[in-house]
Design a protein around this ligand. Structure first.
Ligand SMILES: NC(=O)C1=CN([C@@H]2O[C@H](COP(=O)(O)OP(=O)(O)OC[C@H]3O[C@@H](n4cnc5c(N)ncnc54)[C@H](OP(=O)(O)O)[C@@H]3O)[C@@H](O)[C@H]2O)C=CC1
Ligand SMILES: CC(C)=CCC[C@@H](C)[C@H]1CC=C2C3=C(CC[C@@]21C)[C@@]1(C)CC[C@H](O)C(C)(C)[C@@H]1CC3
Length: 353
């Protein structure tokens, strides 16, 4: 098993200070969001309505439920009838790097182990896709059912949020293999960021719109709903088109679906696409993802900022992620990457950013 960073790799996320701040801020933000979502004013920026006591936060029954959920997912993950796919080659082919003076806070946040495994059970890959993403859908569904119980039937807004996010999670599971080339799997260790991100942040904050709708019903007419569906469809079309084009190209550059695309050769022998989706901006998949994020918030109306939290957080995450990826690509491809940036000057939003 290898360390995700070499001993002289530059520190990311603001180094140990940034990592320490994030480890405090992320759980605090998550609790804040959950508390204000069920309060009357639901103010994203206001103080929480009350602070729950320890006896409310600690429940052996909930812990048992959560462990059962993880156990069930782990059992399903271990089922023998599954496709086995090859992951990315490790960066340090010949020898492992073990920095002697590792920074404990930074390492705890980002993780020291790139691929922690017990036998064939890969903790990071397992957590990235299954318990959190499926948990998110289940929480959404619980909100929908509770709304039906409270108000006789689920609202149109609740149906849209559930439908859009189910499509997103279904897509991630359907294209499961593609997750192997994301920077979480190839570059980041399995530390607090991904463990907390996958197991708590995703299910509890990504389902915020459905939680908000349960406590703050929003009227939504068919014409507006149709426009929102169209926005989600456009976002999904770009997101899926861009991701599939790159994945197909990386698997087999002579595949007829991508063989006609223009490319730049790099010193590593790999090529970079400069036409098709990847000729429009340098991260077309992020653009599609952000458009979908907007469509997930719109059914919640415009009276509150809270349901737009995901869009705001996600914009910040993707801008930061884009900068990290840029750094990694510059290291991998050097001059060829400069040439790509010259040919495709915009990062995420054409003519703007
Ligand atoms: N919902 C959520 O919370 C999140 C969703 N996402 C989504 O996950 C998906 C994956 O994102 P992410 O892992 O960040 O990165 P990408 O899928 O965008 O992959 C970036 C890599 O693609 C390759 N690449 C870049 N440009 C080109 C090009 N022109 N031609 C060919 N290959 C190229 C490079 O790797 P190489 O050359 O080595 O192949 C680069 O490192 C995205 O759709 C994103 O929106 C991401 C984070 C959070
Ligand atoms: C600061 C903070 C909260 C960090 C945690 C970030 C994580 C929540 C995200 C990092 C990359 C992710 C991806 C997905 C979910 C969120 C996290 C874990 C993803 C599984 C969602 C579904 C997509 O289709 C995807 C498979 C492309 C995606 C991969 C990256």
């Amino acid at each position: 098993m290898a360390s995700p960073q070499g001993s002289r790799a530059p520190l990311e996320f603001g180094g140990p200070l940034g990592a320490a701040a994030l480890m405090l801020l992320l759980p605090a933000t998550m609790f804040h969001l959950l508390l204000v979502a069920r309060s009357g004013p639901a103010r994203l920026l206001g103080p929480p309505p009350y602070l729950p006591g320890l006896q409310v936060l600690w429940s052996p029954r909930m812990l048992l439920l959560w462990l059962t959920w993880l156990g069930l997912q782990a059992a399903l993950y271990l089922l023998p009838a599954r496709k086995v796919a090859e992951g990315q080659e490790l960066k340090d082919k010949s020898r492992l790097l073990y920095p002697i003076n590792g920074n404990p806070i930074y390492d705890f946040f980002l993780g020291r182990e790139l691929n922690p495994r017990v036998w064939s059970f890969d903790f990071k890959y397992f957590c990235e896709l299954r318990p959190g993403l499926i948990g998110w859908v289940l929480i959404n569904l619980a909100m929908l059912m509770q709304e039906a119980e409270l108000r006789g039937s689920p609202s149109l807004a609740m149906w849209l949020v559930n439908g859009f996010q189910l499509l997103y999670v279904g897509d991630a599971l359907w294209h499961e293999e593609a997750v192997l080339t994301t920077m979480d799997i190839t570059h980041d260790g399995f530390g607090f960021m991904l463990a907390f991100g996958d197991l708590a942040w995703v299910p509890f904050t990504y389902s915020l719109q459905a939680q908000f709708l349960l406590h703050h019903p929003q009227p939504l007419g068919l014409p507006v709903a149709s426009v929102i569906c169209l926005i989600n469809a456009v976002g999904y079309y770009i997101f899926r088109g861009a991701n599939s084009q790159k994945n197909t190209f990386r698997k087999n550059p002579s595949d007829p679906r991508v063989a006609d695309l223009e490319t730049i050769p790099t010193a590593t022998g790999r090529q970079l696409l400069v036409s098709g989706w990847w000729g429009m901006v340098r991260h077309p998949n992020y653009l599609g993802d952000l458009i979908m994020a907007l469509a997930w918030s719109l059914p919640c109306g415009v009276s509150h900022l809270l349901p737009y939290f995901y869009l705001l957080y996600f914009t910040a995450l993707l801008v930061h992620r884009e900068a990290r990826d840029e750094q990694q690509c510059l290291q991998k491809y050097g001059l060829a990457w400069h040439e790509y940036c010259r040919r495709v000057p915009y990062r995420i939003l054409p003519y703007i950013y």
